[in-house]
Design a protein around this ligand. Sequence first.
Ligand SMILES: Cc1ncc(COP(=O)(O)O)c(C=O)c1O
Length: 416
Amino acid sequence: MNIFEQRESGVRSYSRRWPVVFSRATGSRLYDEDGRGWLDFFAGAGSLNYGHNNPVLKRALLDYIEHDGVTQALDMFTSARRELLETLHELVLRPRGLDHKVLFPGPGGANAVEAAMKLARTVTGRTEIVHFTNSFHGATLGALTVTGNPLHRRSAGLPLTGTTAVPFDGYDGHPRPEHLARMLAGPASGLDRPAAVVVETVQAEGGVNVASAEWLRALAELCREHGVLLIVDDIQAGCGRTGAFFSFEDAGVVPDLVCLSKSIGGYGLPLTLLLLRPELDVWRPGAHSGTFRGVNPAFVTATEALRVYWRDDVLEKSTRAKGEWVAHALGAIVAAHPGAGLATRGRGLIHGLVLGAGLADAVSDEASARGLLVETAGPYDEVVKLLPPLTVTDAELAEGLGILEESVRVVLGRAD
Ligand SMILES: Cc1ncc(COP(=O)(O)O)c(C=O)c1O
């Protein structure tokens, strides 16, 4: 038994899928201690959109550390914090006509979800928050109340209250959020008027379920009609994953609150932001707090990533083009196995290949044996989720897709 198995809590999960010791990483590749390389189409669950140890971000980080830049400063003013706020405003918010303020809720994604839910309740004076079937918003107690996954929910140890789940796009076969519309309109539906609705535009952990632009627009309109705040959790689908910086841009929707984490730090360093409409900024100083709201090296890499990748639309266009390539390649895999019940879905560079329970895990294992890291998702772990860094090269993308195609062929051949 190694030290991990001996001394680390059994709750660890990714290390069970890939029981090797990684020691180095660059771009789209991870290397183990023996020097074996893996193409990484997991990308830190979406926290490495710009790849491992991106050299430009690394330079900025090394320079900052070399010059004794402040490392940890809670929410005190620092030059690195100022540069991030200015750059986010200049390159992301202003060009999109967004006047949202920025709240630093703590280092992890769930911190933003917690803050958004608390704030929505504070502002509206209401309790209920609506979420969607197959949602995932994090593993803290508040985030669990809006998460569908039963394994996560069971770990709460308390009744999960104050929330109501309604069908996500397609869950009940409807192209519009009809169920929620009826619940909100019906005087005796049993749903108290909610403070907020929290939604992922692409449910990543839930199996790469993509909400259509039409569905998202109808949801936003419904929220507006009923005075309910719209929270978009863009923690996994944001920062360019679907093409545009925000995953809701294509639908032309403007949320009241936006949760950002994972790739906003740029380098895989912990950074989380909650964007809020200025009129929602009602908390008194200190009403929401946390020690790690000022991890300045993450501000530095976040700022550099915005400067390098979001001053023009080069990355956005490349992500959309690579996304079409992936969609085409996955479509070919589906077509090559008629009758096997395969399907594919996705947007930009988040894609799912629906294989079925057990099969997706087997394909992930086969892919790993061939040097490709891909994770599974969905309520039955029935979907292989592709999440390559957005900076993946054409050659790496072709290599990864080739390995996936071969892995599916091997697994389905075995199942015959
Ligand atoms: C959409 C979404 N929201 C929230 C979270 C929680 O983020 P964290 O694990 O950093 O708390 C995740 C993590 O995968 C996520 O995908």
